[in-house]
Design a protein around this ligand. Structure first.
Ligand code: GLC
Length: 529
């Protein structure tokens, strides 16, 4: 707690994709002991919490997002004892641990589904979503899977179809069934009792589907080259009004335990996203704000997007920002290597809890994966349109030794090609590296409540610069980001002067500023006024 404010408001979250962080048992795949081993690194960097993508028992068809036992650790990642040690050591290092909770679907190998598909009269039949074929045969309706093809899979033995929003090995659970609800709430309690500090809830806006199973309408704006499921508007499959009741009950369970955080994964336009704070803020604490993941990298556009988001937040709703994750192209690939430092400064100076994706502090690139090494089922099902997710999941680059210090054997995904230069060991020694910029920003953020908790106010737009204030009590900061590669001049308000606290190039820290300030191309400055 920070005074009376919950810990996550001033915290910085770091997302770990566990397969790719640190291998300790020589199988080319990261594990829990690897995370434990690297806790000191996370302390050195200066983050407050880690969110670990799924570590539960899974056939790994979707790399852990297909769970066959919600209350066990997959042997590939280690044992329950390893997990307990990780939690204890993380806490001893002052780091909170957030787990992934995947309630929308299980694996088809989960005992619940095995029982459900065994017969139409199985007591668990209604735990999943089963429907008869359409009157003339074929799938019950036109719903599409996010990963390509129909969302309905025929089960010949029982003559019905089951619904799967993702792979056909990821059947959707039926959240209209109270037994499912009770069982899944017990999963949350199980991990909360183990000391987990919060959950990131996978595809939370998918949990409830139309009771009448109506066809989704066609999307008039669909064009070739987009994922095939976008051919329909998901009117009857996602973001249904009743989902908010389901989420409110999840929140009540979380609130049985003190100081736990609930984050929702939600890809929706801002006005619908903010509904996930819930009535009277009884929904998730942080509906992930993914606006920066697809934003055009231009000052005017970003300013408008920030203003829109700030304006849409409900009273008391705490903002958050995400620059990268395991499903979207790396930020360095999206905005270009030269803007990566500016993007880091943006993420860590906006108002709201930031989430850093592992490796972005090293400027890890979006990697082109050769066809024979593709592992992502999405890319395998819908090849060639650039939606593959392996390229942002490559191994963490620790040092210049074999396999970048990630593993003693060939890693499950290839390394990027900048690992020899952009690794922790190297960048740590380089005062002007992006890694040291992340570290300085994290330190200044921690030392400066105006940055972590202060208000946000947009500065009158100055050319191609993105400029804003962060203020708390008597502390006032100005952040100026040059989103172009050309020099720009920022004119201050009359009488204002200040001092540079952090510069992306690390060479202007401490510089005094008077009525105007020249920024180099691709430069960003945090100025104390
Ligand atoms: C979420 C996860 C993604 C996964 C999907 C299905 O979007 O982030 O990695 O494939 O859900 O569980």
């Amino acid at each position: 707690m920070n005074g009376s404010r919950p810990w996550w408001e001033s915290a910085v979250i770091y997302q770990i994709y566990p397969r790719s962080f640190q291998d300790t048992n020589d199988d080319g795949i990261g594990d829990l002991n690897g995370i434990t081993r690297r806790l000191r690194y996370l302390v050195e960097l200066g983050v407050d919490a880690i969110w670990i993508s799924p570590i539960f028992r899974s056939p790994m068809k979707d790399f852990g997002y297909d769970i066959s036992d919600y209350v066990d650790v997959d042997p590939i990642f280690g044992t329950m004892a390893d997990f307990e040690r990780l939690i204890a050591e993380a806490h001893a290092h002052g780091i909170k641990v957030i787990l992934d909770f995947v309630p929308n679907h299980s694996s088809d190998q989960h005992a619940w589904f095995v029982e459900s598909r065994a017969s139409r009269t199985s007591p668990k039949r209604d735990w999943y979503i089963w429907r008869d074929p359409a009157p003339g045969g074929g799938p019950p309706n036109n719903w599409l899977s996010e990963f390509g093809g129909s969302a309905w899979e025929f089960d010949a033995a029982t003559g019905q179809y089951y619904y799967h929003a993702f792979l056909n090995s990821q059947p959707d659970l039926n959240w209209r069934n109270p037994e499912v609800v009770a069982a899944m709430h017990d999963v949350l309690r199980f991990w909360a009792r183990k000391g987990v500090d919060g959950f990131r809830v996978d595809v939370i806006w998918h949990l409830i589907k139309d009771r009448q199973f109506r066809d989704n309408p066609p999307n008039q704006n669909y064009h070739a080259g987009r994922p095939p499921n976008e051919a329909l508007v998901p009117l009857y499959t996602t973001d249904l009004p009743e989902v908010h009741d389901v989420i409110a009950t999840l929140r009540r369970t979380i609130d049985e335990f003190p100081d736990r955080l609930l984050i929702g994964e939600i890809y929706l336009p801002v006005e619908r996203l903010v509904a996930y704070y819930g009535r009277n803020l009884g929904g998730v604490h942080l509906p992930f704000n993914f606006a920066l993941l697809s934003a055009r990298w231009d000052a005017k556009h970003l300013q408008a997007l920030i203003t829109e988001y700030e304006g849409a937040l409900p009273k008391g709703g705490w903002p958050n920002w995400v620059l990268g994750n395991h499903d979207r192209p790396r930020v360095a690939g999206r905005v270009g290597q030269r803007q990566a430092a500016v993007a880091a400064m943006l993420l860590l100076t906006l108002r709201g809890t930031p989430t850093i994706y592992y490796g972005d502090e090293l400027e890890m690139p979006q990697v082109d994966i050769p066809r024979h090494r593709v592992r992502d089922p999405f890319e395998r099902n819908v090849p060639g349109i650039g939606i593959g997710r392996d390229g942002c999941r490559t191994p963490m680059q620790w040092d210049g030794t074999q396999n970048a210090g990630f593993s003693s054997v060939d890693p499950w995904l290839p390394l990027s090609d900048n690992w020899r230069s952009n690794n922790v060991a190297n960048l740590r020694e380089d005062a002007v590296s992006i890694w040291n910029l992340y570290r300085r920003l994290l330190r200044v953020r921690k030392e400066t409540p105006a940055l972590s908790l202060g208000s946000y106010r947009s500065y009158a737009l100055d050319g191609d610069l993105l400029v804003y204030y962060r203020e708390l009590d008597n502390s006032k900061l100005l952040i100026a980001l040059n989103l172009t590669d050309q020099p720009q001049v920022l004119t201050f308000e009359p009488g204002a002067s200040g001092k540079v606290l952090v510069s992306t190039g690390a060479d202007r820290d401490g510089e005094a500023t008077t009525d105007s300030l020249a920024l180099r191309g691709d430069e960003g400055l945090v100025i104390e006024l």
